[in-house]
Design a binder for this molecule. Sequence first.
Ligand code: ARG
Length: 439
Amino acid sequence: MPEIRRIVLELLAQLGSSREARQYLKEFSEVDETRFAVVKVGGGIIEAQLDALASALAFLHRLGLRPVVLHGAGPQVDRALDEAGIETRRVDGLRVTDDAVMEVARPVIYQQNMRLIEALEERGIRARGIQHGVFRCDFLDREKLGLVGEIKSVDLSGLKSAVDSGALPVLTCLGESASGQVLNVNADIAARELVWAIQPHKIIFLTPTGGLLDRDGRVLSAISLDNDYEALMREPWVHSGMRLKLRQINELLSHLDRSASVSITSADQLTRELFTYRGAGTLVRRGEEVHVHEQPAPSVMEEVAARVEQSFGRSLGDEWPHSLDDPLVLLSESKRAAAVVVKGADGVPYLDKFVVTPDAQGEGLGAALWQVLRARFPAMYWRARTSNPVLSWYFQQARTTDRRDGWVVFTVGIDDPQQRAGLVDDALERDSGWQEPGS
Ligand code: ARG
């Protein structure tokens, strides 16, 4: 096992830096074995991307991680019904399941479960199909929907025993009534109940698009619900399917620890999503609170100083922060993102420091902190060296930019050109606070 782990770490290093891979492997290994992740796989993925799916899951298993897999079989069931000449009917998005539908659907669902198990076993991974005994149900509405279950309780003993024996559990969305009648459960609802019962660290949705898409059809990298949810729900380009997804994820995360997150990605991007800072897909978290310290205590300034020094890899001089004029500090809960604003020229706030650790950047914490900052300071200015790795991000945030001698000065909310010129001069003359001169 240690040998495999070493090889695997090398492989992961090729995705990003080995430091990133190690950090996440440690994070994921520290949670209870069954609580690492719930992976929800749409039936379409088993059909179109079985190879990538089995490889990604096998890879996690080799790392000693035990994801709990839950899969649907929607497209396959639709097709089988079609072939049998049975019309597919849905009420409020739920499949109406009479006896004839169940007779066709059940074997199709078993088949898909078996296909995934076989693909995993072909890769030398022990996997256990769990088709029954997890979701205890009542009839949701027998008259309207037929054999559709409403989940009453979730029994985790089967999947725990699979994990204990070193097997990867693969669940279907079938439930049973108290008397043993097999019932069809909507995959989103099954996933939700399973997640609430397991309380996993990660929830992973594997989809064909590999994430939630923005208005231009590009994958949104990170969403922090506390900051972005309301605004996203108001956006006209957020169509009904995505609105529903966001609402479901919001509800899902509201019952979990704040450290939990949802990753929406594709089978072939899963490894990159899990083991790099930037990920590959959409990461959704509840987010962190940003605390505003108007008269920051020395301990807060020390915290920020440490973060700044670590992040820029250099030391602050002894005068920092004492030389700052009326500093105000924004600090995220995990203390991985911080901003220091001081009184600048003309009474306009000057952003003296803005720092976000790389892993927090991947979570979208930088953008979240920026939102709080902007809400509080409609006008401000700051500067950055042209070599600063986040320069292009600053360009996107700023209204105006002035380049001079290896520096760029940015402003927002300043309309008067004369005032702006004064601010640019002021910014360039400022002491950076670093120990070495000329920085
Ligand atoms: N690897 C980390 C995780 O899985 C961060 C992923 C960041 N992903 C993103 N799409 N921004 O939690």
